[in-house]
Write a new protein. Structure first.
Length: 536
């Protein structure tokens, strides 16, 4: 690309950015919460000020959003802990005390330039280096690179999922609050969330060649009854990944540091992304250590891609074409002795089977067994394909359940069925819709049926997550002996009533009503299995 062309392109992009920072996420109301007075919407300052009285309200955004917001708040919590040394975080976690006000104020002041949705040089969670990725496409229309924020949705598949959004549109279909929340979800589940070359064009569940997506890494947080308790419990948690950080800052000396002793063998720490991977609880996975980058012949055999060669990516492969899946762990060529020792211990060669990985050993300290809110989406790698997908575990909000261990195992399987192995149910359905739209001569009714199936699936998922959220609010931090509902039938009836209310507007046509009946039966079957007293 010539210098003249680059300059013109640069001028066009900069011209779309506001001349001054716009929509301040510290004070603007964009975060939905639930408090003593009911639902509300607050900015970051208001949330941190009343964090001991508020919980996140994920009814409109879903569990992916909740988890993304929690990681942002936990990262801010680490910075607050630095600004308020000696603060009693145990009291915040367990006694309902507020966050240190002076620390929160100073941290928000430090991050002031990073918390504008639109900013000439540092817009919230966005990249400005698009020019470096356009050398091979000098004639690409600028609109394909700079979509308005209403075009950015975390679950829109493929071509509609542009990573850029940097201007306010007077005819926007969605407000800036929804745009900020969408950016947050995308950035969490497709690191780095706004990569403009390999990341653009990938659905959230796919991730992208530029970084880790939901199929590569499992991000975990420890849940609490309030936002303040959630932040504090992650600051003092007993699990190996205490490295929660803001993606735009990596402070030294934060409260969360790796323990001096060897971490529990169920956790894998990845130093670059401060993420965790939970070894699946089902299937007879073999664990091997894999040097990175792999030899060319191995890479060719496994069909590796740019993402697969990332030294901090854990992935599933099928060695020598066999059906036995293998979990390949990268061996760091540099880094801390603790990390190398941990890799060695985890990849010791013993088979990881359900008998070895009993759910009761899920937590680092069995005596405490803290409730861990987990979004577990471990899917199939490209080389292994559907063989791994058939046995991959996908569980969401696992520890929001106050269930005995066998029931929690059943829920992990339930969530795997609901979401599908890889990608998720809703992503697969959305892809099917795109396929119908792109095929010449296809009957539009197929697209309508696919859309209805997608809407009903989302409604069924939402019902389950609301029920789990209610269970979480009754949790005391430990796993009780039995599920905290007097009658399993009552829980199922509640779910069906909720489902019926959500799908009623969609069932005005006979074909749609028939689809709703199928989904309703599916929900009953899943909940019945979840609440069964029998050990799977």
């Amino acid at each position: 690309m010539s210098t003249t062309t680059t300059t013109k392109l640069h001028d066009r992009i900069v011209g779309l950015l506001p001349a001054t920072p716009t929509y301040n996420l510290t004070v603007e109301r964009w975060i939905p919460v639930i408090g003593p007075d009911g639902p509300d919407t607050v900015g970051l300052a208001g949330l941190l000020d009343r964090a001991h009285r508020l919980d996140l309200d994920d009814a409109g955004h879903g569990p992916l959003w909740r988890h993304s917001m929690e990681r942002l708040l936990i990262g801010i919590g680490h910075l607050i802990a630095q600004a308020a040394p000696g603060h009693d975080w145990a009291a915040v976690a367990n006694s309902g005390l507020p966050l240190p006000a002076d620390g929160a104020t100073s941290v928000l002041a430090r991050l002031a330039d990073r918390l504008w949705l639109h900013h000439p040089t540092s817009p919230f969670l966005q990249r400005l280096d698009v020019l470096s990725h356009m050398d091979d496409k000098p004639d690409k229309p600028i609109v394909e690179v700079t979509d308005p924020f209403w075009a950015l949705l975390p679950d829109v598949p493929s071509k509609s999922n542009s990573a850029w959004f940097n201007r306010a549109d007077p005819d926007a279909k969605t407000g800036p609050a929804d745009a900020a929340n969408a950016l947050l979800v995308r950035h969490t589940w497709a690191v780095p969330g706004n990569e403009t070359k390999n990341g653009v064009g990938k659905a959230r569940s796919e991730g992208g060649s530029a970084g880790q997506g939901a199929n590569d890494l499992t991000h975990l947080t420890i849940g609490g009854p309030t936002v303040a308790a959630t932040i504090a419990r992650n600051l003092i948690g007993d699990w190996v990944d205490r490295g929660q950080r803001l993606w735009f800052e990596n402070p030294a000396g934060a409260v969360g540091v790796l323990a001096a002793d060897d971490p529990d063998p169920l956790w894998l720490y990845t130093a670059t992304t401060a993420s965790t991977v939970l070894i699946p609880m089902f299937g007879g996975y073999r664990v091997v250590r894999s040097p990175m980058p792999e030899p060319p012949e191995v890479a060719k055999q496994l069909g590796t891609t740019l993402k697969a060669n990332n030294p901090h990516t854990v992935r599933f492969t099928s060695v020598d074409g066999k059906t036995t899946p293998t979990l390949r762990l990268p061996v760091p060529s540099c880094g801390s002795d603790l990390l190398r020792r941990y890799h060695s211990r985890l990849a010791g060669g013993r088979p990881l089977t359900p008998s070895v990985l009993d759910l009761r050993g899920l937590h680092v300290r069995p005596a405490r067994r803290p409730m861990v809110r987990a979004l577990i989406v471990i899917g199939a790698g490209q080389a292994a394909g559907a063989r791994v997908g058939d046995v991959a575990v996908a569980a969401s909000e696992l520890a929001d359940l106050t269930l005995p261990a066998p029931a929690a195992v059943r829920f992990a399987e339930l969530a795997r069925i609901i979401f599908g192995p890889s990608p998720s149910v809703r992503s697969r359905t959305a892809t099917a819709i795109s396929t119908v739209r792109g095929a010449d001569g296809e009957d539009d009714r197929k697209q309508i049926r696919a859309s209805v199936e997608h809407d009903l699936t989302v409604a069924a998922d939402a019902v389950v997550f609301r029920l789990l959220s209610a269970c979480r609010r009754n949790a005391d931090g430990d796993l009780p002996d039995r599920i905290p509902v007097p009658d399993s039938r009552l829980l199922i009836d509640t779910a069906l009533g909720c489902f019926d209310r959500h799908v009623a507007p969609l069932t005005h046509r006979p074909a749609t009503a028939a689809t709703a009946v199928v989904q309703r039966r599916r929900l009953v079957r899943h909940l019945t299995r979840l609440l069964s007293e029998e050990t799977p």
